[in-house]
Design a protein. Structure first.
Ligand code: CO
Length: 171
């Protein structure tokens, strides 16, 4: 049985850290991905970034269809290289910001370049839910949370809740 990784919550500084690019593609990456998957599945998430489990590195997983194992993508050093002109607005949440949801504007379609565990580069075009989750996770890798992208009015509304979260009053 692998030890499980705890999900870091709003208020934890690691969520705002500058995450390091992965340069060494060693055998430790695979077990790390496995543990991140366990943590994501246990929390019923559709994506997870390494800083959310306390690791300040450019590593993320996305899983737009939790029932389909093959929908899971492991990404190292992902970056968006192209975006569509159109955007979509949809409600989002985040395992690190429990109890809060809000509408976020995202690109409808993106092209992303990332590396796998061996350092091999891949290119992927994504739209819909998959594109949204990838953008959300890449935000995490830049220390950005979805709450930063909410409207000014909504941010004012959730301020007390965030304060509670940061002080550990709420789970
Ligand atoms: Co998140």
């Amino acid at each position: 049985m692998r030890t499980s990784l705890g999900i870091r919550k709003y208020g934890d500084k690691v969520l705002r850290s500058k995450n390091e690019k992965v340069k060494d593609f060693g055998p430790e990456l695979e077990p790390l991905f496995d543990r991140m998957e366990d943590a994501m599945i246990a929390s019923k998430g559709v994506g997870l970034a390494a800083p959310q489990v306390g690791i300040a590195k450019q590593i993320a997983i996305v899983n737009p269809e939790p029932e389909e194992k093959q929908s899971l993508i492991r990404m190292i050093n992902p970056r968006i290289v192209r975006t569509s002109g159109e955007t979509e607005t949809l409600e989002e949440g985040c395992l690190s910001v429990p109890g809060i949801r809000g509408e976020v504007v995202r690109h409808s379609k993106i092209e992303v370049v990332y590396q796998d565990e061996t350092g091999k580069e891949h290119s992927l075009t994504a739209e819909g839910m998959r594109a949204r989750i990838i953008q959300h996770e890449i935000d995490h890798l830049n220390g950005v949370l979805f709450i930063d992208r909410l409207s000014f009015a909504k941010r004012a509304l959730i301020k007390p809740k965030l304060k509670d979260l940061a002080s550990g009053k709420e789970q």
